[in-house]
Design a protein around this ligand. Structure first.
Ligand code: PLP
Length: 452
């Protein structure tokens, strides 16, 4: 930090303050974690200075021998850890990984057969008219993904996202009564819509998914099954999710982030079957430019960590702790979407406290508990104010929290929310944003959180 402070002291200060803040609060954001010192240090190196567009052994720049070593090792660890036929470790983020996957599917299933029909070696061989016709065909494909309010991600066909614009899209939700995925409803929708791609996976669904069933549905309609395991990759790596709950043996393509439950650097990754490997391998130039070599190195380190037996224990603790947290809420009368959890996420419906998600999130933040507001299925408060708060156990499990600590966390949260009341607008109408916390509650909670 001294070296940084000599150039821009405000950056050194903000960096230091982030550490202070992360240590002083309870980090319950389900998509966050604490990467190890080895992972963090690996990211801060001169590998950042090297350009390496292309793939291992096939670069558009000279002098990539060390990046080749880094990328090969990261991919090897990923293949071994997840039992995947092929791994592509270049995507800079989860969204990038999904874009690579979408375009790989389009390249494999639409562009490839099209080029074959014309006997062309590549798009550069096509006449202008044929090229326009191919572009129209690529833009005329269908995607079926989980809706945002049921727990899906923006990139799963949400209309304002590029995934909802580059594909004709439809979305599946969850059962309105139980909040659970209804596979028969997904099958019926798939049969009617006949998508090229079915996306499974989630950001805010507190349950496991049966990927064998999702593959069955995909096969019935001739769709490619893509699973976005960004949130639960750590639980797959740690063998908490096995058999039907492990997406890798069932999906054609699996995408992930590396920084959530997997506890690595901020980045993305694509795993694929051999069938899809050649098109995924063309991530650059298809969607990406130069890879972040320093981050690929940190991915290799994190994946090596995840192959240690200690990581499997960690992953099991993440799931066990989520149950403890959920039980802590239920025993105190709070309402959870789907009535509980069997992954790392707990989705608290805060409407029973008379609050919006936004009010609850703010009151908890004032009390040293960092969460994020989240829609619940068919949310009456929409995606901005919401009626839920999403909580996750990966980060605090890394800090060593177990059953008792998570029960205490539930107690603190229920106490804050019980002692928070919704505010009014300046015109005296009920407000979805303002709130008031009972005297001394935030301070008392902060002190209790610091003791954990
Ligand atoms: N996919 C899922 C399921 C996610 O939850 C997220 C992030 O929250 C992403 C993709 C995007 O990851 P990133 O923020 O690294 O682009």
């Amino acid at each position: 930090l001294e070296v940084i402070a000599a150039v821009e002291p405000r950056i050194a200060e903000a960096t230091k303050q982030e550490l202070v803040d992360q240590r002083a609060s309870l980090k319950l954001i389900a998509s966050e974690n604490y990467a190890s010192p080895a992972v963090l240090l690996t990211m801060g190196s001169w590998l950042s200075d090297k350009y390496a567009e292309g793939t291992v052994g096939h670069r558009f720049y000279a002098g990539c021998q060390n990046v080749d070593t880094v990328e090969s090792l990261a991919a090897e660890h990923a293949r071994e850890l997840f039992g995947a036929e092929y791994a592509y470790v270049q995507p800079h983020s989860g969204i990038d990984a999904n874009l690579v996957a979408f375009w790989s599917i389009l390249a494999h299933r639409v562009e490839g057969p099209w080029l074959e029909k014309f006997g062309a070696r590549g798009v550069n061989d096509l006449s202008e008219a044929d090229w326009e016709s191919l572009r129209a065909e690529l833009g005329n494909q269908r995607l079926l993904g989980m809706s945002l309010d049921a727990g899906g991600h923006l990139t799963h066909g949400f209309r304002p996202n590029i995934s909802g614009k580059m594909f004709h899209q439809q979305q599946y939700g969850t059962d309105p009564e139980t909040g659970l995925l209804d596979y028969d409803a997904v099958r019926a929708k798939a049969k009617e819509f006949k998508p090229l791609v079915i996306v499974a996976g989630y950001s805010a669904y507190p349950r496991r998914v049966n990927f064998a069933k999702m593959r069955e549905i995909a096969d019935e309609v001739g769709a490619t099954l893509m699973v976005d395991m960004a949130h639960f990759a750590g639980l797959v790596a740690g063998k908490v999710f096995t058999g039907e709950e492990d997406p890798v043996p069932h999906a054609h393509i699996v995408t992930t982030t590396t920084h959530k439950s997997l506890r690595g650097p901020r980045g993305g990754m694509v795993l694929a079957t051999e069938e899809y490997a050649p098109s995924v391998d063309r991530g650059c130039p298809m969607v990406l430019g130069g890879p972040l070599s320093h981050v690929m190195a940190a991915k290799a380190v994190a994946l090596a960590e995840a192959r240690q037996p200690a990581f499997a224990t960690y992953a099991q603790n993440v799931a066990d702790n989520a149950k403890s947290l959920a039980d802590g809420f239920l025993s105190r009368g709070a309402k959870l979407v789907t009535g509980g959890t069997d992954n790392h996420i707990v989705l608290l419906d805060v409407s029973s406290f008379g609050l919006t998600g936004r009010q609850a999130e703010s009151a908890l933040l004032d009390s040293g508990v960092v969460t994020n507001r989240n829609s619940v299925p068919a949310d009456p408060n929409g995606a901005w104010y919401t009626s839920g708060v999403r909580l996750g156990t990966p980060a605090l499990t890394t800090r060593g929290f177990g059953h008792d600590e998570f029960d205490r966390v539930a107690e603190l949260i229920v106490d804050v929310l019980t002692n928070t009341s919704p505010g009014t607008t300046s015109a005296g109408a009920p407000s979805k944003a303002s709130y008031a916390i009972g005297d001394g509650v935030a301070e008392k909670t902060k002190a209790a959180a610091a003791e954990l």
